[in-house]
Design a protein around this ligand. Structure first.
Ligand code: PGA
Length: 252
């Protein structure tokens, strides 16, 4: 039985007061057990949000992390700094970071291994472009990214890994993969995990769907056998929408 996750990626949105208010509204409305809620505010507001979440059952994630514990890396944030704030997750390999900041599969693997070593749980994003989808190369692209991300990651460490399938053509575009399209790729990712780590690990790993998730399309997505939750951008910026997604995940 995989507990579903609904994770909000706030990206580069909100101001400090807005971040504080959104976090407070989530704390006030959190539906309780049966779903793991995670929020990823902009790095600069992590501590503001951490102060609001305190003992609430909502976990904090970073949108990025460096591989080193400290050092001459201007502008970066380390795993130890995140742990210092009580941040337990980090989104790694988001397509926006791969595209706009040239983060390679090799670099991402380094970040993932370092995060796991430091007990930060990576939410590893993979997904094909529109070109990849139209050229029927979805499986090839996704398989390459999954295998590259997990080089050197042990079966034991996999209990702390979450994977997010986010077709790039569905991110922020209002286009969602159909439940069948998403399920097919999720099931495929699980076969890759089974090949790498065996059936028990493959069955235990949470695989989230991301890309224009909202309360109107989420019930059908979360109803699919291999979809264990959502990584949500735009739909996580309103407490009402995010909490509604949380309740839908609980009911799935
Ligand atoms: P979106 O973003 O929900 O706004 O499409 C999802 C994501 O980028 O994680």
């Amino acid at each position: 039985m995989r507990t579903p996750i609904v994770a909000g990626n706030w990206k580069m949105n909100l101001d400090r007061e807005g971040a504080r208010r959104l976090a407070q509204a989530l704390v006030d409305g959190t539906p309780g057990n049966g779903v793991q809620l995670i929020v990823a505010p902009p790095t600069i507001y992590l501590s503001t949000v951490a102060e609001v979440l305190t003992t609430a059952p909502i976990l904090l994630a970073s949108q990025n992390v460096h591989w080193a514990a400290s050092g001459p890396y201007t502008g970066e944030v380390s795993t130890t700094m995140l742990l210092d704030l009580g941040c337990r997750y980090a989104i790694i390999g988001h397509s926006e970071r791969r595209e706009h900041f040239q983060e390679s599969d090799e670099l991402l693997n380094r970040k993932i291994r370092s995060a796991l070593d430091q007990q930060i749980h990576p939410i590893i994003c993979v997904g094909e472009s529109l070109e990849g989808r139209e050229g029927e190369r979805t499986r090839e692209k996704v398989e390459f990214q999954v295998r590259a991300a997990l080089v050197g990651v042990s079966a034991e460490a996999m209990q702390n890994v979450v994977i997010a399938y986010e077709p790039i053509w569905a991110i922020g575009t209002g286009k969602t993969a159909s439940p069948q399209q998403a399920q097919e790729v999720h099931a495929f990712i699980r076969t890759i995990l089974e090949d790498l780590y065996g059936r028990t690990v493959a069955q235990a790993t949470r695989i989230l769907y991301g890309g224009s998730v909202k309360p109107t399309n989420f019930p059908e997505l979360i109803g699919q056998e291999d979809i264990d939750g959502g990584l949500v951008g735009g739909g996580s910026l309103s407490a009402e929408s995010f909490l509604s997604l949380a309740r839908q995940a609980m009911a799935s």
